[in-house]
Design a protein around this ligand. Structure first.
Ligand code: FMN
Length: 414
């Protein structure tokens, strides 16, 4: 529930603006108060009157209205909110946010705010995949803006692909994940007070400024684990390699490229209780990455690539010592001898548990929605049934809570 939460909804000028009306209705059903700011282009798609009727509040659009500035200026609009939601977030408003523009009320509020911001992008697939939008989204993510969607699907412009705004109920769920965890009763937060680091996605190891070594990891499993731990009350830092999926709401995401950066980000998180290393870290990197693009010259033999080992993040975090997390969980992605290799890996790395998963192309794990895993611990091997990655994450987080969580009675006594 969102009882008493105040959402400032910024409606920009996209075809999906009609879904914002449904979003207001659903947020209000959950107990939230919604106040709307609409851009000039947004007002071409839905009327301020509809937003006003559904939110039962004034709708703001003009930065220079004297009444607005004296009674409800742009700073006050942000101060009065717990969360700013941009839905739909057009390519244009994302670009203006990324460059720090404040040329009308919506962007001025977004620049002036210190509140969390959730953006629900909606645009034509080519606009979403354009290098300019990709760079703007990356910039905003690094600055802490949360994203939900876009989804894949048929679009109003008769094209298919990513660009459809998330459905109102998905946006509400993301908002609840951002605002509600602290409100869950203590018995539902067995990991409250625990700090976790989760690594996710691939790493990219530069060969030269334009080429790199990487792998097919999508980050879906690692991101889902980070969300599941946060839902159980843990204070989570997600260290993510380059992925095409949104930062999960309700936790901190640090974006990195290389294994060296990923290790540094894990260590920078300080003292932690739980480490889950779900990232597919490249084992090797170029021994001497070139400072400029390696040129192909006529008649030249292909250059050889000398590799050197990357730092072993799982082994480093598993090292015993006062800073060692109470529980270190690694992942073993194998294409053959899955369980035997994973048992061996647990011993070599010194971690507590290994989640072993089959990443042969037949299993469809990389990029897919489902995963078949085995949990390997000192007690033995547990075979889990094939499940959605979100369910694997929930089950793993539940097991971590059982292992580390405070006893229910003590938690309930708080
Ligand atoms: C019919 C129509 C539909 C549009 N749909 C979208 C859209 O879904 N996403 C988008 O980013 N821009 C869309 N645009 C373009 C934006 O309206 C335009 O970039 C505008 O300047 C956005 O302003 P704002 O970001 O201040 O709201 C559309 C334009 C028209 C005419």
């Amino acid at each position: 529930m969102l009882n008493g939460k105040r959402i400032l909804l910024i409606v920009a000028g996209g075809i999906a603006a009609f879904k914002s009306l449904e979003l207001i209705r659903r947020l209000r059903e959950r107990g939230a108060a919604v106040r709307c700011v609409i851009t000039d282009a947004g007002a071409r798609f839905v009327t301020p009157l509809s937003l006003q009727a559904l939110s039962e509040d004034r709708v703001y659009s003009d930065m220079f209205s004297l009444t607005d500035e004296s009674e409800m200026g742009h700073i006050q609009l942000s101060r009065d909110a717990d969360l700013l939601v941009v839905a739909p977030a057009t390519a244009n408003i994302l670009a203006r946010m990324a460059t720090g523009m404040a040329d009308e009320l919506a962007t001025t509020v977004l620049l002036a705010t210190d509140k969390p911001v959730l953006a629900a992008p909606a645009m034509n697939v080519r606009m979403w995949t354009h290098a300019a939008t990709v760079a703007n989204v990356e910039t905003l993510r690094r600055r802490g803006v949360h994203f939900i969607g876009p989804n894949d699907g048929a679009m109003a412009c008769n094209e298919f692909g990513p660009g459809r705004m998330s459905e109102p109920e998905e946006i509400v769920a993301a908002i609840e994940a951002m605002l509600a965890p602290a409100e869950r009763p203590p018995q539902e937060r067995p990991l409250a007070g625990k700090r976790a680091v989760v690594t996710s996605g691939p790493t990219r190891e530069a060969i030269d400024p334009v080429r790199y070594i990487s792998n097919h990891s999508s980050g879906k499993q690692g991101h889902a684990i980070a969300s599941a731990l946060a839902a159980l009350g843990a204070d989570v830092t997600l260290v993510s390699g380059p992925v095409a999926i949104a930062d999960p709401p309700g936790l901190r995401t640090v974006h990195v490229d290389s294994a060296d950066q990923m290790l540094a980000a894990c260590l920078a998180a300080g003292r932690i209780d739980i480490a889950v290393c779900a990232a597919a870290v490249a084992d090797w990197k170029a021994a001497r990455p070139a400072g400029s693009k390696i040129k192909k010259k006529a008649g030249m033999a292909p250059p050889s690539l000398e590799l050197t080992a990357n730092p072993d993040i799982l082994a480093t975090l598993s090292k015993s010592g006062p800073q060692r997390p109470a529980l270190v969980v690694g992942f073993a992605a194998e294409t053959e001898n899955l369980v035997a290799n994973a048992i061996d890996k647990r011993q070599r790395k010194g971690c507590d548990w290994i989640v072993a998963n089959d990443v042969s192309s037949a299993a469809g794990t990389f990029g897919g929605e489902r995963n078949t895993v085995h949990l390997i611990s000192a007690e033995g091997v547990e075979d889990w049934p094939t499940m959605a990655k979100d369910d694997v994450a929930l089950r793993l987080a539940g097991r971590i809570a059982l292992q580390l969580g405070r006893p229910r009675r003590a938690a309930a006594a708080e």
